[in-house]
Each structure stands twice: as C-alpha cells, then as structure tokens.
Design a protein around this ligand. Structure first.
Ligand code: NAD
Ligand code: GLY
Length: 352
C-alpha cells in the first residue's frame, strides 16, 4: 500500500492501493473512537460500490447508516447540506462517530462540510471514486457547497481523519470524466516535473496507483506549506483562472477538466511571451494533454474571456493572480494588474 502522510493541523494518512475499498473498515477502526458510521454517497456510486463499502465497514464492527443522494453538482447545495445534517442528527451520531464520503468531489465536499459543522465538527473519512477526487479534492481539507451566486461560496477547512483511495474504482468512470481528471494530473506534472512527467508519457500503460500517489504527494507538500490557502497552495490553480473563464463563456458546456487543459496551455503561452519559459514549453504541455484526449485551444476569443476572468475569485482588487510555468517542475504566482489583462489574453490565446 502507498501511504502519504499529510502533516496538516490534524495529521492523517492518504492510503492508495488497488482493492482498498474492501478494507476501509479494518483500516478506519483503529483511527476512530466510535462504531457508528454515516456513509454519504450518490446514486451512481452507490449502485456500483455502496454495498461493498457498507460490507467492509460492518465487518469491522461499524453500524452503518447510508444516505444516497442524487449524482451531480446540483447536490452540492444548501438543501442537500441540510438533508445530510438532519440525517446525521436523526441517526443520533455523536462526536465520537464518523462520516464516510464515498464518491467524487461533489460528495466529498458536501459530506466533508457537513462533518465540519455537525456537532461543531466530527471526524470524516474520504473514499474518492473519481480521478479528480483521488488526486485533488479528497486531500487537503477544503470542503464546500455552492450558493446560487456561485460555486464553493460556503465551506470550511476540515481535514479528514484518513483518505482511502482504491484506483480500481476508476475503471467504471465515463471516459469523459476520467479524461477531465487527467487534466488535473497533467497540471501536477507541470507543477512538479519528474517523476510524473515520465510516468504520463504512455497513456495505454499508465500505472495509476503510482501516478495518483505522486499527485497526492505534490498536493501534500503544498497543503503542508500553506494549509489555509494564502500563498503557495494557490499554485494548484494553474490553468484554472483561464479555465474558469472558458467554462463560463461556454455556459458550462466545456467541462472543468477541458477548461483546465486549455487554461494550462494558455498560461504556458503567456509565460513564453513574457520570456519566463522555453518557447517549446506550451507545445510540450499541449502534446501531453492531447495524448489524454484533452483539448488545448480555446473555442472563444480573448476579448470574450476577459469579462469572465475579471469575475474570478482569484482577482484581488486591481490585480489578478496568475500561475505561470517556468518549466516542468517550476511555476510561479504573479500578481498582474487588470489593465494589462486584455493584451496578455491576446498572447495567451493567440489563435482565438
Ligand atoms: P462528481 O463527484 O460529480 O463526479 C463526476 C461524475 O462521475 C458523477 O456523475 C458521478 O456520479 C460519477 N462517478 C463518480 N465516481 C464514479 C465511478 N467510480 N464510476 C462511475 N461513475 C462515477 O465530480 P468530480 O469531478 O469528482 O468533482 C467535482 C467537484 O469537486 C466540484 O464540485 C468541485 O468544486 C470539487 N472540487 C473540490 C476540491 C477541493 O479541494 N475540495 C478540489 C477540486 C474540485
Ligand atoms: N483544489 C485546490 C486546493 O485544494 O487548494
């Protein structure tokens, strides 16, 4: 089993191993004082893996209460958040009991936020079932729900008691969802360089257990350096500021992962224009993304993206914070005056 220790304000392990789902009970039991578990999941994941997760917990002596919510981003809302809290209360969970989040980033964020708030905070365990959740959202303690004005506007930092990642669960993901997760994986390769860059060269023979472990180790380093996201952790936003603008321009028909893929190449093009990286870097990143079936060109012109970028939450007053790659394994944060944005966007999206 690969184990990455996260030394955050509350330390915990991220365990990664093929087949781990069937061992989540025996591995959780020593970490948790109580033996009542609330398993929060959603319909798609429940039909595939819910019974196995419940079985694994029951074999270790847990009494399991299961809540199955609809799948999809709409579930990350105030109404469902209330439903989770009422569920925990009606099943009489106490402060020694624990919430188990079985699903992708939607369930992880929602159940994690409920665990942060219920009885002023109870333990929770993340069992990620998407590639995005495995390499990103299950680690680092960011929990949230969406409000009508925007995504992730209410939330808390609440670190999990453990993360149990079973890469075999990813085999049932729709190809597009898997490919979206690959955009985040390639983002880590740009942030950290080797060994991820080499591990990703041949998609057909990619070793996902090792790749996920490497990504989690990169995220661990950033979370340990900046748990509350005031500095270095913001490097994880590589490709996201441009990517969000593309998602918004498309009225969300361009998925998050595709937006991040296009956005990462745009950041590299801007970096090359500013003389911060080798001129070959944008095409090297684009080549890797394309091998994983991801787009690299924006369907929208620079002028159309400008307004969407200005409404991004990474904007701070008269500047916007961009993450720019200097090479594989070297990225920087750069505060950029918003009046420079139109010209810079033309460089980031030259053909659009
Ligand atoms: P998701 O949870 O909606 O899952 C995507 C789709 O995959 C869903 O339709 C789901 O039913 C399906 N699915 C999940 N696991 C499956 C499996 N093993 N087999 C088949 N189908 C499966 O989306 P996501 O991409 O995992 O997460 C997106 C969310 O994560 C967003 O809300 C985003 O804000 C959040 N996020 C949070 C953080 C963080 O640090 N907390 C970081 C990144 C993203
Ligand atoms: N997904 C960004 C973060 O955890 O900071």
């Amino acid at each position: 089993m690969n184990v990455i220790q996260v030394k955050a304000s509350k330390p915990y392990d991220v365990c990664i191993e093929n087949g781990l789902l069937d061992r989540v009970g025996e591995l959780s039991a020593p970490l948790l004082p109580g033996r009542t578990a609330a398993l929060i999941t959603e319909e798609t994941v429940n039909s595939l893996y819910g019974d196995r997760a419940v079985g694994a917990l029951e074999r270790a002596g847990f009494t399991v209460h299961r809540l199955v919510l609809p799948a999809g981003e709409e579930t990350k809302c105030l109404t469902r958040f209330g439903e989770v809290l009422e569920f925990l209360a009606s099943r009489r969970l106490t402060r020694t009991d624990a919430v188990f989040a079985l699903g992708g980033g939607v369930i992880g964020d929602l159940a994690g936020f409920a665990a942060a708030v219920y009885l002023r905070g109870v333990r929770y365990v993340q069992i990620p079932t998407t590639l995005l959740a495995a390499v990103d959202s299950s680690v680092g303690g960011k929990t949230a729900i969406d409000l009508s004005v925007g995504k992730n506007l209410a939330g808390a930092f609440h670190q999990p008691a453990a993360v149990f990642c079973d890469p075999t669960l990813l085999s049932t993901l729709p190809p597009e969802t898997f490919s979206d997760g690959c955009a985040e994986v390639i983002k880590y390769a740009v942030l950290a360089g080797e060994p991820l860059y080499s591990l990703l060269q041949t998609p057909a023979s990619a070793d996902w257990e090792t790749i996920i472990t490497e990504c989690v180790s990169v995220k661990r380093n950033l979370v340990e350096a900046d748990e509350f996201d005031t500095g270095e952790r913001m490097l994880l936003n590589l490709g996201h500021t441009f990517g969000h603008a593309i998602e918004q321009a498309s009225a969300l028909s361009v998925t998050h992962g595709k937006g991040v893929a296009i956005g990462t190449v745009a950041a590299a093009r801007l970096s090359a224009h500013l003389g911060l990286c080798d001129p070959q870097l944008p095409e090297q990143i684009a080549g890797l993304l394309a091998r994983y079936g991801l787009p690299v060109e924006s369907p929208y012109p620079a002028a159309e993206l400008e307004g969407h970028m200005l409404s991004d939450k990474k904007r701070a007053g008269k500047t916007i914070r961009l993450v720019l790659p200097e090479g594989f394994g070297r990225c920087i944060l750069r505060e950029t005056p918003i009046d420079e944005l139109p010209a810079l966007l033309r460089e980031a999206f030259p053909g659009a």
